[in-house]
Design a binder for this molecule. Structure first.
Ligand code: AMP
Ligand code: MG
Length: 399
């Protein structure tokens, strides 16, 4: 049984960045840029009005009242052919190009008009309500570096820069193999000795949550030959192979044997973590294998602790490890002290501090507890009890 930190280091040391591929902008949300982006244009591309108003020459305004002759109107999308001459103004809409001779826009709400005459009260400053060509970004400026995570704001920016397709790190293909002869389908009745298969769905959701490409092979019988064939196919097809169940020491736990049969390089088979001690990690060529335990809470916990950082690293993300922060306990908690204990709780922020309270049994099949939690606190190996008021490290889950 190895220490949790050692296990995580082993996983990350064996994980490398995937290649990259062209991705259309409409599919690029939550992906990571694999190229540097420079601007091909000035933004804004021309001097324009930031308001609905009147474009004028600010030097012609004064303390008191100035009058102008309204000679026309410019809407967004038009490019004015004629400039304004002395004593003239044009009505201008937000986003419209500024006419020659104008250097300011006065808002519609601040003026009076009478037929084609505009009355302006007081001095208007030069540049008022004008967005200058290139004031946001200049042609050739570097905008985003390799490794930028694409949120909705970056997607919008790339569109305004004229990038309909960009290079992003490839999504890992995750193959999920679920084992267990006790499993029946979601739509099936539960009969003697059976349970509904929830891990297949939770694992697919965990992968999708990370924007990975998930394919499930469904439930494979607890049969060494059948599991062997599935795992072989999975290594052909996927970047990451994840199995659920079959990693303990029961008579029907075949995962470790199968890895030996294939010739995979088994890095560890047991980690000082609760829930999820019998987690197996192996590599085969440059592919990763995670044999997760079958208990529903253990599956999710071990995925969060080991698979999530690997997927993030593969896809070029910088936030590989989710942020831990101090959490004040509001209940007492016990631990066996033999392993790092992940206790699922509800974390609330009050006055800039984080507080955790218990949400129920931490038994490794207690998935309902997880549904009531938004985070986890970590009781380190060696500590057997913690009390309300103590401070532990915690983090939010599924981030
Ligand atoms: P195992 O790791 O295969 O020994 O399974 C440990 C426990 O998790 C047993 O109680 C199994 O019935 C349960 N289990 C295993 N796989 C699943 C699954 N896909 N969905 C729900 N429970 C499961
Ligand atoms: Mg099993």
């Amino acid at each position: 049984m190895i220490e949790l930190q050692k296990a995580l280091d082993t996983v990350l040391d064996n994980t490398s960045l995937l290649g990259f591929e062209g991705v259309s902008l409409t599919r690029a949300l939550n992906r990571v840029l694999a190229e540097n982006i420079t601007s091909r244009d000035n933004l804004p591309p021309f001097d324009k009005s930031a308001m609905d108003g009147y474009a004028l020459n600010s030097a012609e305004t004064k303390e008191g009242v100035s009058k102008f002759k309204i000679t026309g109107s410019i809407k967004a999308g038009d490019f004015p052919k004629n400039g304004i001459k002395a004593g003239e103004t044009v009505k201008i809409m937000t986003g419209a190009a500024l006419p020659e001779g104008a250097d300011a826009v006065i808002q519609i709400e601040k003026v009076k008009t009478c037929e084609d005459e505009l009355e302006v009260c007081g001095k208007v400053n030069r540049g008022k309500n004008i967005l200058r060509e290139g004031e946001e970004i200049r042609k050739g400026d570097s905008v985003f570096g390799k490794g930028t995570f694409l949120r909705p704001s970056e997607i919008g920016m790339l569109a305004s820069l004229g990038y309909s397709s960009i290079e992003c790190y490839r999504k890992p293909k995750i193959i999920v193999i679920t084992t267990g002869d006790e499993l029946v389908g979601v739509d099936d009745e539960i009969t003697g000795g059976k349970v509904r298969n929830c891990n297949e769905y939770a694992l697919a959701a965990l992968g999708n949550n990370l924007n990975a490409d998930v394919k499930s092979y469904g439930v494979v019988e607890d049969n060494r030959e059948k599991i062997l064939n599935s795992v072989k196919n999975a290594f052909q097809e996927g970047d990451i192979v994840i199995t659920s169940g079959g990693v303990s020491v029961g008579d029907y736990d075949f995962i470790e044997y199968v890895l030996h049969d294939i010739g995979a390089d088994i890095k560890f088979t047991s980690v000082k973590i609760k829930p999820g001690k019998p987690i197996t990690f192996a590599t085969f060529k440059n592919k990763l294998f995670f044999g997760l335990p079958g208990n529903p809470l253990s599956v999710i916990n071990t995925f969060e602790v080991f698979v999530t950082p690997a997927v993030k690293k593969m896809t070029g993300r910088k936030d590989i490890l989710s942020e831990e922060f101090p959490v004040i306990l509001e209940d007492d908690f016990r631990s066996k002290g033999d392993r790092d204990n992940y206790v699922y709780v509800n974390i609330e922020e009050r006055d800039g501090k984080y507080y955790a309270h218990s949400v129920g049994s931490q038994s490794s099949n207690a998935l309902f507890t997880l549904t009531r939690s938004n985070g986890v606190i970590i009781i380190k190996e060696g500590i057997k009890s913690v009390k309300a008021g103590d401070i532990l490290n915690g983090k939010f889950i599924f981030k």
